[in-house]
Design a protein around this ligand. Structure first.
Ligand code: NAD
Length: 507
């Protein structure tokens, strides 16, 4: 089945429908557009004319190509006018009955060979196809907003979707300049499922007052995420973000792993939706400024008589290089213990330990050392100078170590951000959970590891895919990720930090 250049019908002339029309018309398809709101389809075409003109003005599109694309778009006032369509893409309201009803009606209008694609972001493809004469031709074609710019298309197959239909949509997406990824119809598909922990871990940390939103955001941005979770939830809207979390939770039969946050519920109930309402975690609008980051006490110079770098792998190497640089002025360098069971620095009697999921208090007790600080995982190695990094110090630590720990992190080139002694700090626990969720998605055949990586990088702009992080985890590999999850599980109890069997098999 080859859908390239075939007549397309787009139903729904809203935000997504208009974007899909633009992409299809620019790719050379004759496109008809229908919306049940009178005038909406014609209005969308007028807006697209302005969009295409804008692209021409910016030199991004040839004037001839723009007018040809526009000429291919025909707003229609009744579905019956689209009997020649070979592909329907619906982007109507997110309701099962509306989508199922629409496809049922279309079965009486289009030919049996016409593909019925839905842009739903949360409804089961299997359920939409239920009751149709030809359920095998129903497929998910999940675009991301804004459609012309976002490369990802999740090609979602329900239980009855024919492989040939999914493959044809896959090939068509490529022809439209997109990067398609096959997905099985399961709650949240790929991106909306795997991304849940990005928000959930931060909401959990906020709930236990482990750190301020700006601190958690700064740590994750330093790890390469384009936006911190708090900023991102404010941008998406807490109402929308909460609704997605809630729907994934319900669709998984109230699996506690996906339980929404009371904190976010409170914000939604209070109308604190984020940017659109003027306040979420941050304030927006006139006179509003981002709250400042707390400054860690590292005014004292980092001092020591003896420094040993513990551990092997890229992070230990980074620490050794940084410590060597920090000590160069004093005419001596650090020793290295590559056989050590932990990664970090022994600084005289104190320990600066890369988080393995245990709290600083726990590490101090188990090592039998009072002066212990754990620090978060630098995700980008080598880290840029001044990279924000969370740390937490054991309650047993003395006053001198409390000033020396951030001083040493600063001397190593990081911008230390103090956090409460929460297990796995911020980046380590968030990334471990993203890997865990992606592992479960692969275990359940939702997507391939490569598909998950591509989807997260292109659908939500992650700096790397979950399986790329896993491959680079360093000593321990999957076992290192499991150790963090197990420490979280022991600390909190409950289902959220349940380790994926897929990860266990690789440990
Ligand atoms: P929207 O509200 O901007 O547009 C929906 C349009 O569909 C409206 O113009 C409405 O009049 C029309 N409509 C509603 N019911 C109809 C029917 N039965 N027949 C014909 N027209 C009908 O919504 P949107 O944001 O474009 O979302 C559309 C779909 O795309 C939803 O399924 C949504 O979940 C999905 N989606 C949205 C996003 C996003 O970021 N907004 C991203 C991916 C997928």
């Amino acid at each position: 089945m080859d859908l390239r250049n075939t007549p397309v019908l787009v139903v729904g002339a809203g935000l997504m429908g208009a974007g899909i029309v633009q992409v299809a018309a620019q790719a050379g398809h004759p496109v008809k557009l229908f919306d049940m709101r009178e005038g909406a389809a014609a209005g969308a075409k007028a807006k697209l004319a302005a969009t295409l003109d804008g692209l021409v003005a910016k030199g991004k599109l040839e004037a001839v190509a723009a007018s040809a694309a526009l000429a291919r778009i025909t707003p229609i006032t009744a579905l019956e006018q689209a009997g020649d369509a070979r592909l329907v893409i619906e982007a109507v309201v997110e309701q099962l009955d509306a989508k199922r009803g629409l496809f049922g009606q279309l079965e009486g209008i289009v030919t049996a060979g016409c593909v019925l694609a839905t842009n739903t972001s949360s409804i089961s493809i299997t359920a939409i196809a239920n009751g149709l004469k030809h359920p095998g031709r129903v497929v998910g074609m999940h675009f991301f907003n804004p459609v012309p710019l976002m490369k990802l298309v999740e090609v979602v197959s329900g239980l009855q979707t024919e492989r040939g239909v999914a493959d044809a949509i896959f090939e068509l997406s490529k022809a439209w300049g997109k990067t398609p990824v096959h997905a099985k119809s399961t709650p949240g598909f790929i991106v909306n499922r795997i991304a849940r922990p990005y928000y959930a871990e931060t909401l959990a940390l906020l709930l236990e007052q482990a750190g301020q939103p700006q601190v958690l955001d700064a740590c994750l941005k330093a790890a390469g995420f384009r936006m911190g979770p708090c900023e991102l939830m404010d941008l998406v809207g807490h109402d929308t973000n909460f609704a997605v979390t809630q729907s994934v939770y319900e669709a998984n039969f109230y699996d506690k792993r996906y339980v929404p946050s009371r904190l976010q519920r409170e914000m939604v109930d209070g109308g604190l939706f984020g940017r659109k309402s003027g306040q979420g975690f941050y304030r927006y609008g006139e006179g509003a400024a981002m709250p400042a980051l707390p400054v860690a006490v590292h005014a004292a110079p980092a001092t020591a008589h003896e420094v040993t770098v513990h551990g092997e792998g890229a992070i230990a190497d980074l620490l050794e290089a940084a410590a060597t640089k920090a000590l160069a002025g004093q005419g001596w360098g650090p020793a290295r213990d590559g056989e050590s069971a932990w990664t970090g620095l022994r600084i005289d009697g104190a320990r600066l330990v890369l988080t393995d999921g245990r709290t600083a208090q726990q590490v101090a007790a188990e090592m039998g050392v009072a002066d212990v600080t754990v620090f978060d995982r630098p995700l980008v190695v080598p880290a840029l100078p001044g990279t924000a990094l969370a740390h937490a110090t054991a309650p047993t630590a003395g006053d001198s170590w409390r000033t020396q720990a951030p001083a040493w992190l600063a001397a190593l080139g990081f911008a230390p951000l103090p956090l409460a002694d929460a297990p796995g700090l911020v980046v380590a626990r968030t990334v471990a959970m993203l890997i865990n969720e992606a592992a479960d998605a692969v275990l359940q055949g939702v997507c391939s590891p490569e598909g998950a990586d591509a989807a997260m990088k292109l659908g939500v702009n992650y700096p790397a895919g979950p399986f790329e992080w896993l491959a680079r985890w360093g000593p321990g590999g999957a076992q290192g990720v499991i150790r963090i999850l197990q420490a979280l599980d022991e600390h909190y109890r409950g289902e959220r930090y349940r380790v994926s069997p897929w990860l266990r098999r690789r440990a």
